[in-house]
Design a protein around this ligand. Structure first.
Ligand code: FE
Length: 334
């Protein structure tokens, strides 16, 4: 009789078999952040807590579609992805749930998380200017906006407008300047292109290094990766908008899924990822910046110098994403 009651309670999930303190618990993560950037942290968390973390990695869009298709049957508890535009979209289509967490509110600055608490930034990525050091242009560099000036005709290299990073950048221009002025600027960029937009940030950097153009707009970690492999490339970082809006920053981040089966455990992991112990490594593994202000920037990243970042709430990039895409389409930014 007793054993039968025990079995029923076990099936109902009311009590857990005693397998160590936290043993037997698991969390399922869908991650658009690549395996080598998350696995070391997950391994450390499991070692510390005994909580098993199962994960799959994939492209941001594909994982979001999967979450939508699985609906309430999803095994995923935590969704990790890159770009506030993607996080915003995930919240918008209802695959995330809001969480009230004092720890996350303390560790993640307000402008780097969803005002609705559906997602939280875990690392900061700066989208900045990189120029060819042999082109003699340093004293003419100033802002993203100034790259629309005809003085840069045939000198600007850009990545495709299809990438969410650029959609977020243009969204921030709309937020800072209004739609008409933003459109004039992006039209100016297109008029100044040295070549058709490139498929990714690395190809854009290589084009500038090869002298196809003088300057491009990329995330700093791509610069870091390329220079690690080819330290002699004639490329350097320039921090734009230091007397105005600040450098455009974005986040990688995460949210608890709407139908998480291990909600509390996933929240504990998310809180840990935002804490001092995990933040250093989470940012450093991809040469990014920690969101947690208590944590030091990686020494290699620090060499690129300090900068003032645009303090805009990154959720704006999601809110203005559709408008940004239409704008880029109108000015024929491919
Ligand atoms: Fe990236």
């Amino acid at each position: 009789m007793l054993s039968r009651l025990l079995m029923v309670l076990l099936l109902m999930g009311v009590i857990f078999p005693a397998v160590g303190s936290a043993g037997g618990q698991e969390i399922v993560v869908y991650s658009a952040r690549k395996e080598h950037l998350i696995k070391p942290l997950f391994d450390r968390y499991t070692q510390k807590t005994g909580v098993e973390i199962k994960y799959i990695t994939g492209k941001a869009g594909a994982l979001l579609e999967r979450l939508k298709a699985e609906g309430e049957n999803t095994p995923a508890d935590l969704f990790i992805t890159v770009d506030a535009g993607n996080l915003w979209r995930a919240a918008r289509v209802g695959v995330l749930q809001p969480v009230a967490s004092k720890v996350l509110a303390e560790n993640v600055p307000a402008h780097l998380r969803d005002p609705g608490q559906n997602w939280f930034g875990l690392s900061v990525r700066a989208r900045t200017l990189v120029y060819n050091t042999r082109a003699g242009v340093l004293d003419r560099l100033s802002t993203y906006e100034a790259l629309a000036d005809p003085a840069w005709k045939g000198k600007l290299v850009l990545r495709t407008s299809k990438k969410v990073y650029n959609q977020s950048l243009v969204a921030s221009l709309i937020a800072d300047h209004g739609p008409q002025e933003a459109e004039n600027m992006v039209a100016g960029w297109v008029a100044n292109l040295a070549a058709d937009p490139f498929a990714n940030d690395t190809k854009a950097l290589e084009a500038v290094a090869a002298g196809i153009g003088d300057v491009t707009i990329v995330n700093t970690y791509y610069f870091g990766r390329l220079l690690k492999k080819q330290p002699d490339l004639p490329l350097a970082i320039f921090w734009p908008n230091q007397g105005s809006s600040g450098v455009h920053v974005n986040v990688s981040g995460a949210g608890i899924t709407a139908h998480a089966k291990h909600r509390q455990a996933a929240l504990q992991l998310l809180e840990w990822l935002s804490g001092t112990e995990a933040q250093q490594q989470f940012a450093a593994l991809n040469m990014e910046y920690p969101v947690n202000a208590q944590v030091e920037v990686d020494p290699l990243v620090k060499e690129w110098g300090g900068f003032v970042a645009n303090p805009m709430n990154v959720a704006r990039y999601g809110e203005l994403q559709a408008e940004a895409i239409k704008l880029m389409d109108r000015v024929n930014y491919k």
